[in-house]
Ligand binder design. Structure first.
Ligand code: PGA
Length: 249
């Protein structure tokens, strides 16, 4: 059966770019064709959110790469979902492995951020994924289920959540999960959601894959039954991102 889930392609620019290159990226994205069955969301560094929201064609949505768990206050260096929305962005990436492991964000904090961002009306790209030693120890499932549970415990409405499975050993390494490895985890996540959340949520939610996705490998990954899209890092800054947008055409 064809999936009714709209294919989702996110571009996570991470801490890259300057006004000039961001401007060029916008120009090329504005020329891109977005297939009707695909949703595209780009996540610039927060300092360029306003600029990107003003210049980027509306066929592509904008995400922040992170936010804090409350609306405002004495939290130096943080941004809130209210500010993200004020700039015109509609999504936020939360729980990215770089936030978890470079900046020490806990499952608990990520859960609270997800709850607040959704309460404020943002869509959330919630990231999970195992480290290499965890995969080698055979605990991939346990790790991704625990991370998903920490998110699930904080929400009732899943309609604006995209779950991004990003095995950490595949991020920025050029070492991609095989389509079978991605499919296997996506399928398990779906059945975990069926058991622990609900059948309709497990059928409706998009589970996207991230980690060394390129123009060359995207089509085969996209052909897997439960790969509903991608979260793309490095390749989202390159012309091949336009091919990745077409992966499911
Ligand atoms: P990558 O990053 O595509 O550069 O591996 C993916 C991500 O971190 O979302």
């Amino acid at each position: 059966m064809m999936s009714s889930r709209k294919f989702f392609v996110g571009g996570n620019w991470k801490m890259n770019g300057d006004k000039k290159s961001v401007g060029e990226l916008i120009t090329s994205l504005n020329r891109a064709k977005v297939p009707p069955n695909t949703e595209v969301v780009c996540a610039p560094p927060s300092i360029y959110l306003d600029f990107v929201c003003q210049k980027l064609d509306q066929k592509i949505c904008v995400a922040a790469q992170n936010c804090y768990k409350v609306a405002k206050g004495a939290f130096t260096g943080e941004i809130s979902p209210a500010m993200i929305k004020d700039c015109g962005a509609t999504w936020v990436i939360l729980g990215h492995s770089e936030r978890r492991y470079v900046f020490g964000e806990s499952d608990e904090l990520i859960g609270q951020k997800v709850a607040h961002a959704l309460a404020e009306g943002l869509g959330v790209i919630a990231c999970i994924g195992e480290k290499l030693d965890e995969r080698e120890a055979g605990i991939t499932e346990k790790v991704v289920f625990d991370q998903t549970k920490a998110i699930a415990d904080n929400l009732k409405d899943w309609s604006k959540v995209v779950l991004a499975y990003e095995p950490i050993w595949a991020i920025g390494t050029g070492k991609i999960a095989t389509p079978q490895q991605a499919q296997e985890v996506h399928e398990k996540l779906q059945s975990w959601l069926k058991t622990h959340v609900s059948e309709p949520v497990s059928r409706a939610i998009r589970i996207v894959y991230g980690g060394s996705v390129t123009g060359a490998n995207c089509k085969e990954l996209a052909s897997q039954a439960d790969v509903d899209g991608f979260l793309v890092g490095g390749a989202s800054l390159k012309p091949e991102f336009l091919d990745i947008i077409q992966a499911k055409k």
